[in-house]
Design a protein around this ligand. Structure first.
Ligand code: NAI
Ligand code: MG
Length: 512
């Protein structure tokens, strides 16, 4: 902490509220109260642009998870939350959105510091999108409607009897949520917004790499009027705090975003009490540029598709298929974009790409670059670590990529795109685009609207962007086909993740 105040040049100095927030040991939130972990242990939080320690957080474990689940259960069954009208609940959810916007600068600083993303991006993307998610979800609190049903029970079975049958949408109960580090505040918002709109209660475990903004959000939630026990936040590591949450017998539903590998562990852990599961996992998304595309739009679009958030996006356009007629121009254009990107600490307002989030991710991504080189892929720009301080990697465009290479098949989660030419738009191309274990997102660039929709229908992906990429909106469902996950986030579809449907059937005499 003390190094932080001295190390960065003046323009990177943190505002008072953020300085004060990180100076204090951050605790876990259970039943509206902040406390140390039961073990008394803490862990260090790092600035990925320098590797220096910036904060200390409580290192939650099984005992803390048990206590948090108990508080969430009590709040769900008998607290003021359980009796609150949908309208009151909606107003609280909207207020959270308002408070995020009031603290926009503070959140942008926290994200830039903790995750490493450019503050200029956090200001216009992460923070306003998080606020908007709460504003959007607030409206749903009053619109969780059931249906009335027309039964066809034969009169031979029920003579002189009629039925009044309807469905009720009810909150699923106590929810566990485990989120990653790539969009720390936004992932917390995607998860918590629908939980609150539907009237559930929750135990949230943020990623150990980036716990700070979720903890600040926890403070604001109580300011907004969320009653104690409704939102509990336990910081800590995956195996120590995440695993007991996923396995907990009194948790009704678990929602996870992260690696496909851990997603499978979550499914196994959830089997004990058959809690409901939704997952948002990895991707290796195809991005197709046809020969009739407007290249002035498609080239910067393809660059943004992979380099946004340093490639640390589950939906990153990491396999770039380009028609051979325009392949050289596109690849040179994307490489030129890559060369122009200004790398630096997230807090520097002129930074366009920050560091990767951790040493682990740095090693993982440079490991992929090494494997690509060994297998014969050629970086026409980038290809290695940038500098020797912090976890920076050069934006990289790989050519001469073969389908059997690891860099083509596996999720790299860094600023590395594999470019592949194609001869013509045909079934073979679409088969190749779909030939991955994932199915999260895809991009298509063309001036031909008929082709665009025909391709969109054939891509096995939860989102297809046409002449754009990385467009997110609270109203647009997001999630994966195949091993990219189960269920959808955002839109009204996410509400299904947190609601049970109850059928109620009343018999009454059909005679007077
Ligand atoms: P991860 O899946 O290990 O971590 C995500 C979250 O899961 C964190 O909160 C972590 O503490 C928790 N976790 C880890 N092990 C757990 C367990 N056994 N039980 C319960 N919770 C557990 O992902 P990691 O290690 O940070 O990144 C590895 C790779 O995963 C990345 O390189 C990337 O390919 C992918 N990833 C995908 C994300 C997405 O948005 N779909 C986000 C982050 C990573
Ligand atoms: Mg992990």
């Amino acid at each position: 902490m003390s190094e932080l105040a001295e190390a960065p040049p003046p323009k990177l100095r943190l505002s008072k509220p953020v300085q004060q927030f990180i100076a204090k040991k951050r605790q876990i939130l259970i039943d509206g109260k902040w406390s140390d972990a039961a073990s008394g242990k803490t862990f260090e939080v790092y600035d990925p642009s320098s590797g220096e320690v910036i904060a200390h957080c409580a290192r939650g474990g099984k005992e803390d998870i048990d206590r948090a689940v108990k508080a969430a259960r009590k709040a769900f069954e008998s607290g003021p939350w359980s009796k609150m009208s949908p309208s009151q609940r909606g107003r609280i959810v909207a207020k959270i959105g308002d408070l995020i916007l009031e603290h926009l600068e503070e959140f942008a600083e926290l994200e830039a510091l903790d995750n490493g993303k450019p503050i200029s991006v956090a200001r216009v993307a992460d923070v306003p999108l998080a606020a908007d998610l709460f504003h959007y979800m607030a409206g749903w609190a009053t619109k969780l409607e059931g249906d009335t049903l027309n039964l066809s029970v034969p009169s031979t079975l029920a003579p002189n009897t009629a039925f009044h049958a309807y469905t009720r949408r009810e909150p699923i109960g106590v929810v566990g949520q485990i989120i990653p580090w790539n969009f720390p505040l936004l992932m917390a918002a995607w998860k918590l917004g629908p939980v609150l709109a539907t009237g559930c209660t929750v135990v949230l475990k943020p990623a150990e790499e980036t716990p700070l903004s979720a903890l600040r959000l926890g403070e604001l939630m109580h300011e907004a009027g969320v009653p104690p026990g409704v939102v509990n936040i336990v910081t800590g590591f995956g195996e120590e705090a995440g695993a007991p949450l996923a396995a907990h017998p009194d948790v009704d539903k678990i929602a996870f975003t992260g690696s496909t590998e851990v997603g499978k562990l979550i499914v196994q852990a959830a089997a004990g009490n058959l809690k409901k599961v939704t997952l948002e996992l990895g991707g290796k998304s195809p991005n197709l540029i046809l020969d009739d595309a407007d290249l002035d739009v498609a080239i910067p679009g393809a660059a943004m598709a992979i380099f946004f958030n340093h490639g640390q996006c589950c939906c990153a356009g990491s396999r770039l298929f380009v028609h051979e007629k325009v392949y050289d121009q596109v690849v040179a254009g994307v490489a030129e974009q890559a060369r122009k990107i200004k790398l630096g600490p997230g807090l520097d307002p002129s930074t366009e790409m920050g560091p990767l989030v951790s040493t682990t991710q740095l090693e993982r991504v440079t490991g992929f670059l090494e494997s690509g080189r060994r297998q014969g892929a050629k970086p026409i720009v980038g290809g290695k670590r940038h500098g020797d301080k912090g976890y920076f990697v050069e934006p990289t465009v790989l050519v001469d990529v073969k389908t059997e290479m690891k860099v083509y098949q596996e999720e790299i989660f860094g600023p590395v795109v594999a470019a592949v030419p194609f001869k013509q738009l045909d079934e073979r191309l679409l088969t190749q685009a779909n030939d991955t274990i994932y199915g999260l997102a895809a991009g298509v660039w063309t001036r031909d609207v008929n082709k665009a929709h025909a391709i969109a229908a054939k891509l096995r992906a939860g989102t297809v962007w046409i002449n754009c990429y990385n467009v997110f909106d609270a109203s647009m469902p997001f999630g994966g086909y195949k091993q990219s996950g189960w269920g959808r986030e955002m839109g009204h579809q996410v509400l299904n993740n947190y609601l049970e449907t109850k059928a109620v059937c009343l018999a009454y005499p059909d005679q007077f």
